[in-house]
Design a protein around this ligand. Structure first.
Ligand code: THU
Length: 133
């Protein structure tokens, strides 16, 4: 599956968003080695801090289906942003633990713009399990 197809899946996943407060729908997908796609969308709550982002929901969805870090090969996200939609800081921290360091992350938007990056670029000097030793 190429990056455009993956970002289109993320755009499709936006339909699952529950975002009555921000009215900002985000979709994300995680692709596995086997070609499986796990989707996520942002799910909000009237108690605002409980809102969960699309990227984390997609990753947790993959893990809830038995995937591990080494099974994951790409992540894409998309929202109605001017430029390619960038993952928030909390998602970067979670991606850095649950997703391979060098695997592509495709940031997209509804205009069809796509920027490829990876978590080392998005979160250099990340806090990790190594820091707990
Ligand atoms: N949001 C995401 O789903 N992913 C991000 O990386 C940025 C923000 C969601 C959280 C909230 O529901 C809405 O977008 C506005 O911040």
């Amino acid at each position: 599956m190429n990056k455009k197809e993956l970002v289109n899946k993320a755009i499709e996943a936006r339909k699952l968003s529950y975002s009555p407060y921000s009215h900002f729908a985000v979709g994300a997908v995680v692709l596995t080695k086997k070609g499986e796609i796990f989707v996520g969308a942002n799910i909000e709550n009237s108690a605002y801090p409980l809102c969960m982002c699309a990227e984390r929901n997609a990753l947790y969805n993959a893990y809830m289906h038995g995937c591990k870090k080494e099974d994951l090969v790409a992540l894409a996200l998309a929202a109605d942003t001017d430029g390619p939609c960038s993952p928030c800081g909390a998602c970067r921290q979670v991606i850095s633990e649950l997703f391979p360091k060098d695997a592509p992350i495709y940031m997209g938007n509804l205009k069809g713009e796509i920027q490829e990056t990876n978590i080392l670029e998005l979160l250099p000097f990340a806090f990790s399990e190594d820091d707990l030793k």
